[in-house]
Write a protein that binds this ligand. Structure first.
Ligand code: BMA
Length: 849
């Protein structure tokens, strides 16, 4: 008995002691706030610093450099990449946190080669911008002030010995230095320069630092696996990774949506533990991409408890859907399309590059703006191109909420890469970290190994340009194989086996129209190949994962980085902000083909934007007219990293170029699109909707004064996912002996509550018999918005309306106006609008003559 009592008291004592040591708090996790300063490692003077941030931003704030985006300043800040930088942070830590048994500092992003010390104790060295590094620091922390120091080694100096040891130079043509060091460092490739980006090889603590404090055990990962999904039920599994510092019995409780709550007991041992919970959801609600249905997200909360005490809790938003990529030989060639919840889905989307050269300044509102733009442009897919970064968690959350499917390249682009063990180990860590971080998002649709490495190797002449011997070539190809055909797919097999992976986008090259039958393509015949825009009607691939054309940004943006004296496409400033090797020459060449050359810079900028918009529209519509042969249209590129001439639709400051307004229309769920083929006018009605739609279309051919010379009214039900030819008639029959430069086709289509107007020309713009227009403009102001009504007695080509000095957005712009029709557009600002009419600047093509 005594023995039993002793045993009991020992157990009670143990429990008391134990619960005392474990405390009564669950995990605490928060962003570290510190007072940061920085200095150049070989100088004494400290300056205030911002974390998250980058050394370029801090140098600018300290007045040591001028705004790197202004004028030709890029040149004068190149010294920064050769220096080492020290960041020093002072912080206090509260008693509550210090009382935890385990305290970790987690660095979500260090760019790139950093040595980190805390109170003089070395924690770790980092060598990959794309992974988080963490360190257990309880033993080094103290009450009162603590001191964190991060020494960044120059990425150039660090990689140089690797370059010097290498037998050859890697073909990273976008890396704007002779040595092409970017390939050795796991850092955003575009930092080294790109054909739309400056070279700022920056350093810094680019993502937040977190403090994680916990007792006994914590959940380090929850992997959500959708085992099966039907309308009746979803079978799901939650796979846990739990880190324990004490061996004990714990309970994991999972609640899923409102209806499911379940528990599981687990015997934790010290170290990493695995456990899983399976659940079945009856009559699950599906998650759909934008335009196909709701984005149903179930909240899944996992709690870890011991003795009824909560140790850790994680909530995730789970979307249930199936996504298949159908990439297989078929009667037409090799398919490449996405089936979402069983429905073949045409992807209307875009390629995305990071929002800035200095990613430390990303904010939630910048990401929100990205998504506002994507939704306003009727998109359902975004491709993270491989020369940037793996985006922030917030970006993925927004994609889940808004229904934007994501195409994730691994961060490799346009060059071969090293494949030694150290490099591959580093990439393996990067893959582990990012696959685990991103795999639970319903929006994540596809993984791709790299951008254009394979197509580059086979078509861009690297072998000759870099003088690779046969042995070099063999070695480089074996390296490719190790990285993209083994390491990455094996990691995915282990960590995210259900998602589609392929090694390199595109699968086929653009040189030969026959190759368009083979899977995805980056068609660069327009731009790089100088093909006419009309070739976009011919070069239609099974999936267009890139195509594009450059334009200057709007004048308001040009004014942000230049003075009036620089407004010449040959000026140093403009050339600094044009990074394509064939940039301005190509823009001019295309302009000469389709437009009368303007004689001032502002008109050049305007016409360049119109040209980009009209030219790309040919492609958007051709790709949609060829559904289901072609099942996706992702143009190059959504955004910019700085103010620059580029292929983007939206510039660095978020301003829409003319093209973005055209995209919005070309990506509507239902469009009317015309083309003249072999003398026949073909008009298609295309629907990406998953339900049938009542449509009424008024087709008219009018003279430029508005006289109707032919018309047809069509009313019918357009089936779901249809592509119907509603007219196929010799053009000569319709226009008789009217000359092609004096008439236009106007297609007014009504579906649901939408009304669209699409205008199609039968001649080049430069041949169109445009007349000067006396445009009537009425403005109604109300608070922060205004309604502008425009009317012209004659046909107007591409009206541009600028609200000089106002910050706001137009509902439409750069559209054509048919005679005597009222066009109502709205302008929304974040401040009250007064006296807008006197500030309106209006221009159309005729004004550039
Ligand atoms: C594509 C991209 C980028 C590049 C663009 C324009 O192929 O993948 O590498 O910026 O072309 O040249």
């Amino acid at each position: 008995m005594l023995h039993k009592l002793l045993q009991l008291s020992f157990i009670l004592g143990f429990i008391a002691l134990y619960s005392c040591s474990s405390g009564d708090q669950s995990i605490k996790s928060y962003e570290l706030q510190a007072d940061w300063t920085f200095r150049q490692a070989d100088k004494e003077e400290w300056h205030p610093a911002t974390v998250p941030g980058n050394v370029h931003i801090d140098l600018e704030k300290a007045g040591i450099i001028n705004d790197p985006y202004y004028g030709t300043n890029e040149d004068s800040v190149q010294w920064i990449e050769h220096k080492d930088w020290i960041y020093s942070g002072e912080f206090s830590i509260d008693k509550e946190t210090l009382d935890f048994d385990n305290i970790e500092l987690e660095f979500l992003g260090l760019d790139t080669y950093a040595d980190v010390t805390l109170n003089g104790q070395r924690l770790f060295s980092s060598d990959n911008m794309f992974v988080a590094f963490s360190s257990k620091v309880k033993k080094y922390l103290k009450p009162g002030k603590n001191h964190l120091e991060v020494l960044f080694h120059s990425p150039i100096k660090t990689a140089m010995p690797l370059y010097e040891k290498s037998k050859y130079t890697y073909p990273a043509d976008n890396d704007r230095s002779e040595e092409h060091l970017s390939v050795y460092t796991r850092k955003a490739p575009y930092h080294y320069g790109w054909d739309w980006g400056p070279r700022f090889v920056t350093s810094g603590i680019w993502r937040p630092i977190k403090i994680n404090a916990w007792n006994d055990a914590r959940i380090t990962d929850v992997h959500f696996v959708q085992k099966s999904l039907t309308e009746e039920k979803a079978e799901l599994s939650f796979e846990y990774e739990i880190e324990a510092t004490v061996a004990e019995t714990a309970t994991i409780s999972l609640s899923f949506g409102d209806a499911i709550k379940t528990n599981k007991e687990v015997d934790l041992k010290k170290g990493i533990n695995k456990a899983s919970i399976n659940i079945t959801v009856d009559k699950p609600e599906y998650w759909w991409p934008n335009g196909m249905g709701e984005q149903k997200l179930y909240a899944a909360t996992s709690e870890l408890k011991t003795n009824g005490q909560l140790l850790d809790s994680k909530t995730q938003k789970i979307g249930l859907r199936t996504i298949e990529v159908i990439n297989e030989p078929d009667s037409l060639g090799v398919s490449f399309y996405f089936k979402v919840n069983g429905i073949p889905t045409f992807m209307r989307g875009v390629n995305y590059i990071p929002n800035d050269c200095f990613l430390g300044r990303m904010t939630d509102s910048i990401y929100q703006n990205n998504f506002d733009d994507l939704l306003a442009s009727n998109m359902n897919m975004l491709r993270f191109w491989g020369g940037g970064v793996y985006e922030d968690d917030r970006f993925f959350e927004l994609a889940d909420e808004k229904g934007i499917l994501l195409w994730q390249d691994f961060m490799f682009a346009c060059t071969m890469y090293p494949s030694d063990d150290a490099f591959l180990d580093n990439v393996a860590k990067e893959a582990d970290y990012n696959i685990k971080r991103l795999r639970n998002h319903p929006s994540l649709a596809i993984w791709c190994g790299n951008n254009e490495v394979k197509v580059g190797w086979h078509n861009w002449g690297w072998q000759d340009k870099y003088g690779y011997t046969e042995d070099d070539q063999k070695e480089l190809l074996e390296g490719y194989d190790k990285l993209f055909n083994k390491l990455l797919p094996n990691k995915l097999k282990e960590l995210d086996s259900k998602r589609f992976y392929y090694d390199s986008s595109p699968i086929s090259n653009w040189g030969d129209v026959k190759d368009m039958k083979i899977a995805d393509n980056h068609y660069w015949g327009v731009w790089w190949g100088k093909h006419e825009f009309e070739k976009l009607n011919e070069y239609v691939p099974r999936f267009m994962s890139e195509f594009g054309f450059q334009s200057f940004p709007p004048m308001e943006t040009i004014k942000e980085f230049s003075e009036e004296k620089d407004w010449d496409i040959e000026s140093d400033v403009m050339k600094t902000h044009q990074k394509s090797s064939i940039g301005n020459v190509t823009i001019k060449e295309y302009m000469q083909r389709d437009y009368k050359m303007p004689n001032n810079f502002e008109d050049f900028v305007y016409l360049n934007q119109i040209m980009q918009a009209e030219g790309m529209r040919v492609g958007f519509e051709a790709q949609r007219r060829n559904k289901p042969f072609c099942m996706g249209s992702l143009y190059w590129q959504l955004n910019d990293v700085w103010p620059v001439v580029s292929w983007s639709g939206i510039d660095y400051y978020g301003r829409w170029k003319a093209m973005q307004y055209f995209i919005k229309k070309a990506y509507e769920p239902v469009i009317t699109s015309a083309v003249v083929e072999d003398g026949n006018l073909n008009i298609h009605l295309i629907s990406d909707k998953i339900t049938d739609t009542k449509v009424s279309s008024l087709l008219q051919i009018i003279k430029l004064d508005g006289t109707v010379i032919w018309e047809q009214n069509k009313k019918f039900t357009l089936e779901a996912n249809a592509n119907d030819v509603i007219l196929d008639t010799p053009l000569s029959k319709l226009i008789g002996n009217h000359s092609k430069n004096k008439v236009v086709l106007v297609m007014n289509t009504q579906y649901d509550s939408n009304q669209t107007e699409t205008i199609f020309l039968f001649s080049k713009v430069k041949n169109l018999a445009l007349q000067n227009a006396d445009i009537d403009i009425q403005v109604k102001e109300s608070g922060n918005s205004a309604e502008v009504t425009l009317k012209s007695p004659v046909f107007v080509k591409n009206i541009e309306i600028i609200a000089d000095g106002f910050n706001g957005k137009w509902s439409d712009n750069y559209f054509d106006m048919i005679p005597n029709k009222e066009y109502k557009i709205s302008f929304n600002s974040n401040a009250p609008i007064r006296d807008l009419k006197s500030k309106l600047q209006v221009k159309s093509v005729i004004n550039t003559y």
